[in-house]
Design a protein around this ligand. Structure first.
Ligand SMILES: [Zn+2]
Length: 507
């Protein structure tokens, strides 16, 4: 007696097809599992046998062989319990093999036969639809993930016995499809963080807005308590909401990592702020179990490194590859996978060890010490930060309630306007934002007015700019001009862009 069904293994965030074959033959009673199962999968044997018995079915005293193919793919996770049990029950004739033909199943079984939720259902469901699988059975607890995947019939199930009953009577109930666009619209209105709550700091807000408009990486330098974190946390509130495709892309990552909370997809742009004690592996991903890192959890959102000078220098340097390639390739002995990592990097730091430079009433740090402190973050990653902004202590007048202050809605308008301009400009290119322009693209898309050109040349000589620093200023000026829907880059745009460099960090 032989039967096979489909299942899937998720490595990193990429699912792979696995076929679960079962053979029951004469010979000494035994239960063997082959096909490179991990220890978690090998444990499935006990769970599955008890779950089958406790659901009221008898295990024949025969030789049972289970094969998970392809054999060269390492299978991890507990999601193979359900396909093994169902293949087994059809091999012994409890279920008609016709009913499960071409079906994919994923789910963990508890000893009493109930089906428990597992990680990675969303990427599996999308993958199954792409592969032309017609029917997918998932745990009821993961049903909300299945609801947003079109092009495939998905069924949620509570327990092995109820699934068998439904299969026999051909009365499986489909999970009703939900409208992703509608979900996004509803959730967007509920965002709570707003720049209205950050009093004063208009200059820093302006710089933040420019950064968000061109997806420029950003560095805040300012004393403790000046509101650097408050400012960073609100960046997602001024960028347009995730599109349905982006929402699925980000939610797939969180589903695979087991981080989807409250039975909902990720509807807001991610904001990740790892502590400075984080290791390189936790930051960029690639543990033994192929878990993704913070850079991938920040995909399509913000990666915020507070107290940037406290991070290990080699940890920060690992960001270089994902910042350049927008993805990270992990090669380990047991697997190879690619994690997406398209994020905006925002860093914050104090201006010196005590935190108050250049306020000489408090700070006693010498110039050399200040230089050394900034030296901690110098390197290829800092080179990729286009905008440096000094965040000052809030002036007492600004704390008064009545002072008019920019809200997220005001800021979002300019940001979205600039995004529209860039969308049109780069429709033939493989980039989305000004910050990603190559030097050739800068020449093609950044036309400067005569006065602007003169101003830039003056700055080039005066500040001894490097070529990289020179192009950075043009890129940022391009974004500022886009916020005003101006085709030409003018003098004031260049002037503002020059202001976003920090002499202590020499561009
Ligand atoms: Zn100091």
């Amino acid at each position: 007696m032989f039967c096979s069904v489909y299942s899937a293994a998720v490595c990193g965030v990429e699912p792979q097809m696995v076929s679960v074959e079962i053979d029951i033959s004469g010979g000494l009673p035994a239960f063997n599992m082959v096909g490179l199962p991990s220890s978690e999968v090998r444990e499935a044997k006990e769970r599955v046998l008890r779950a089958i018995e406790n659901s009221g079915y008898e295990i024949p005293s025969r030789k049972i062989t289970i094969n998970l193919s392809p054999a060269n793919l390492k299978k991890t996770g507990s999601g193979f319990d359900l396909p093994i049990a169902v293949a087994f029950l059809s091999a012994i004739g409890v279920i008609d093999p016709e009913c499960v033909q071409g079906m994919m199943l994923v789910g963990e079984l508890s000893l009493d036969g109930s089906i428990l939720p597992v990680n990675g259902i969303l990427p599996i469901a999308v993958f199954a639809a792409e592969q032309g699988i017609k029917k997918l059975v998932i745990p009821e607890g993961n049903a909300f993930e299945g609801a947003y995947v079109p092009g495939i019939d998905i069924y949620g199930s509570m327990s092995l016995s109820s699934l068998v009953k439904d299969l026999k009577s051909k009365s499986l109930t489909k999970i009703e499809k939900a409208d992703l666009q509608l979900l996004l619209e509803q959730q967007y209105l509920e965002s709570t963080l707003d720049y209205r709550d950050v009093k004063g700091q208009e200059a820093a807000k302006r710089a933040t807005m420019v950064a968000a408009a061109g997806f420029h990486n950003l560095l805040y330098v300012g004393p403790p308590g000046s509101g650097k974190s408050l400012m960073a946390q609100r960046i997602p509130s001024i960028i347009n909401q995730l599109s349905p495709a982006e929402c699925l892309e980000v939610s797939k990552i969180y589903s695979a990592a087991g981080l989807l909370k409250n039975q909902s997809l990720i509807t807001e742009r991610p904001f990740r702020a790892p502590h400075h004690s984080i290791t390189s592996v936790a930051l960029i991903g690639g543990t033994q179990a192929a878990r993704c890192g913070e850079v991938t959890l920040a995909h399509k959102g913000i990666l915020f490194l507070d107290e940037a000078a406290e991070f290990r220098k080699d940890t920060i340097e690992t960001l270089r590859q994902p910042m350049e390639e927008k993805q990270i390739v992990i090669n380990r002995a047991s697997y190879r996978t690619v994690f997406p990592a398209d994020f905006m990097l925002v860093m914050a730091m104090n201006p010196c060890r005590c935190g108050y430079y250049p306020d000489r009433s408090i700070c006693n740090c010498t110039e050399a010490e200040v230089k050394k402190y900034f030296g901690k973050i110098k390197g290829p990653v800092l080179d990729r930060i286009d905008i440096h902004v000094a965040v000052e202590k809030v002036a007492i007048d600004d704390l008064k309630e009545k002072t008019k202050t920019m809200s997220s809605a005001d800021m979002r308008e300019s940001v979205c306007c600039a995004h529209e301009m860039q969308k049109l400009r780069f429709k033939e290119e493989n980039i989305d934002f000004n910050s990603q322009m190559t030097n050739a693209m800068i020449k093609q898309y950044c036309e400067l007015e005569k006065e602007a050109r003169q101003m830039l040349n003056l700055a080039y000589d005066k500040y001894h700019l490097s070529a990289r620093g020179y192009y950075k200023i043009i890129k940022v000026a391009r974004t500022i001009a886009d916020m005003e829907q101006s085709r030409l880059i003018g003098r004031k745009h260049i002037l503002e862009a020059i202001g976003y460099r920090n002499s202590l960090l020499e561009l």
